[in-house]
Design a protein around this ligand. Structure first.
Ligand code: GRF
Length: 189
């Protein structure tokens, strides 16, 4: 039986697209069953529509609390029989309702070598810090900000004179390669 993945995003959705692509070309044996977004107008939603993937789009302001919207998310995840949640640019801390219902079944991708540079603007922060080795991390999600147990990392050395934009491009390329591979490993090995 193919496992069902839900991807959570808030923006551009290039990792979401890479995961869909891997499922379509057979390198990832899973159904990309649902996209969850907290920004109904984000580009990831358009990608889901292009691939006929169902979307649950919510606006956190329409709910009294994180618990309230996460209860709704859990209902959706149950309705689609989701086995694994893959955060991909979802710009919110995951709360207790999701963590308790999907313990050890929520993972995240982060564009830095954790535990260095957690939070937002990690690539710029690392670049401005002058780091020589850049990388990405895929980890289980816990209640902290990018703090859960590390599953895998990839890295590369900055080239002499490489701009922040060039580094960013390489980071995203690495993400798009590694995320589907890790999903396949977690679900099917
Ligand atoms: C990625 O760099 C990911 O590591 C971070 O947010 C970015 C999302 O990009 N958590 P995209 O929406 O997948 O294009």
């Amino acid at each position: 039986m193919m496992k069902n993945i839900a991807v959570f995003a808030s923006g551009f959705g290039s990792n979401f697209e890479a995961i869909i692509e891997a499922a379509n070309n057979g390198t990832l044996h899973a159904n990309i069953a649902l996209l969850v977004v907290d920004k109904p107008a984000c580009y990831a939603v358009e990608r889901a529509h292009n691939h006929n993937i169902p979307v649950f789009a919510f606006n956190p302001k329409d709910y009294d609390s994180k618990e309230a919207y996460e209860k709704e998310i859990v209902k959706q995840l149950q309705a689609y029989q989701i086995d694994l949640v893959a955060l991909a640019g979802y710009m919110r801390l995951v709360g207790s309702v999701l963590l308790e219902n999907y313990a050890h079944r929520i993972i995240n991708i982060h564009p830095a070598l954790l535990p260095s540079f957690p939070g937002t603007h990690s690539i710029e922060k690392a670049y401005n810090h002058g780091v020589k080795v850049f990388g990405i991390t895929i980890h289980y999600v816990d209640a902290g900000m990018d703090t859960g147990p590390i599953i895998d990392q990839e890295s590369f050395k900055k080239k002499e004179g490489e701009s922040v934009e060039e580094v960013e491009t390489r980071i995203h390329q690495l993400e798009h390669q590694l995320y589907p591979k890790v999903l396949e490993r977690i679900l099917n090995h």
